[in-house]
Ligand binder design. Structure first.
Ligand code: GAL
Length: 332
């Protein structure tokens, strides 16, 4: 019943899976039988478990605002997910940066090996201001699942910050990537050693491209970034970039998406109806690109598509659609 109900009220309904692995853009259930509520998310491996953090959405077309916070799930196999509850909660305190009804998007958590802290970065828009305040929020926790304590929100080095991610490089240095300058430009700023401050080491990429939804990985000497264009909740063609050094120069490559999602007939021209959020390194040669299929009329019913990443001999990144993804089989 629950599945039928969810499908019936979502304009983005797609065929439901006969389950084996998770059906891309279908309903993905947690250990309590609820559709996973971790949109615009990212994954951190800690010990032998994976932790998925994402936006907790609620029903209805106002469900994209943050009335709950950032949800966390854990898994040992990337298929069966246990609800770990709300890692970062919004507050009822009037005027607080993360007052209930603000916008919290694209949360990403990284672990600082030196301080032992878990640090969460997210796009924050203050309550009642639409997307005008363009800030990044930073929260910190002693345990991976939280509770995360809100530290501050700011415009990094004075720049607007909307769609964003954080990436930890091979040497442990972390970088904040964010859409800036009315989303025209993607900025990159190196974080301090404790990951809590933006340093003065900064660069720009994709200048004038209006790239959003950044998702980054490193493979065989190349940094890759997959992103989207800038059309709100509506899907658009993805784009990819590569660089030899994380601070650039970044070279624009083609749309990395290949094949059609048969459930909705959409292919690379609409990123299968989805938008990128994160690239997960599962193992040395196995990477998964994580996408959201937004459902703006009923935000909580947004879906997920995890598509295996392929790296070509020519140093390009490709994401070839598969209907069902079982991360245990990626690369096999
Ligand atoms: C998208 C962005 C989402 C959300 C949405 C609001 O472009 O990637 O994270 O901000 O716009 O319309």
């Amino acid at each position: 019943m629950k599945r039928l109900f969810a499908l019936a009220i979502c304009g983005c309904a797609v065929a439901e899976a006969a389950f084996g692995g998770n059906m891309n853009c279908g309903l993905w259930f947690d250990d309590k039988g609820h559709h996973i509520n971790a949109h615009g998310g990212g994954i951190l491996k800690d010990g032998d478990e994976w932790y998925w953090f994402g936006e907790h959405k609620i029903y209805g077309d106002f469900g994209n605002r943050a009335y709950v916070g950032v949800h966390c799930y854990s898994s040992k196999n990337l298929v069966d997910w246990t609800d770990c509850g709300i890692a970062l909660s919004v507050t009822n305190e009037v005027g607080h940066d993360i007052e209930s009804g603000c916008i919290i998007e694209r949360p990403k958590v990284i672990h600082n090996a030196k301080t032992g802290k878990y640090v969460m970065y997210f796009h924050l828009e203050l309550k009642g201001k639409g997307y005008k305040t363009a800030r990044v929020g930073i929260a910190v926790a002693d345990k991976v699942t939280g509770p995360y304590r809100f530290l501050k929100s700011l415009q990094p080095n004075g720049y607007e910050s909307r769609d964003q991610t954080v990436f930890v490089d091979n040497d442990g240095a972390a970088y904040h990537f964010f859409s800036s300058n009315h989303n025209q430009t993607m900025r990159i700023i190196r974080l301090s050693d404790d990951y809590l401050l933006h340093t003065k080491t900064e660069a720009i990429m994709a200048d004038g491209d209006k790239t959003e939804a950044p998702a980054i990985c490193f493979k065989d000497g190349w940094y890759f970034l997959i992103g989207s264009g800038c059309t709100g909740w509506m899907s658009n063609p993805a784009r990819s970039y590569r660089a030899r050094s994380i601070m650039g120069p970044w070279e624009r490559l083609e749309n990395p998406c290949v094949r059609v999602n048969p459930a909705n007939g959409l292919g690379p021209e609409r990123t299968w109806g989805c938008q990128s959020t994160f690239i997960l390194k599962v193992a040395d040669d196995d990477y998964i690109a994580m996408f959201d299929m937004w459902c703006p009329k009923n935000a909580v019913d947004g879906r997920y598509a995890w598509v295996p990443v392929t790296f070509t001999k020519g140093g390009k990144i490709k994401v070839i659609w598969k209907d069902v993804v079982d991360p245990r089989a990626v690369g096999n």
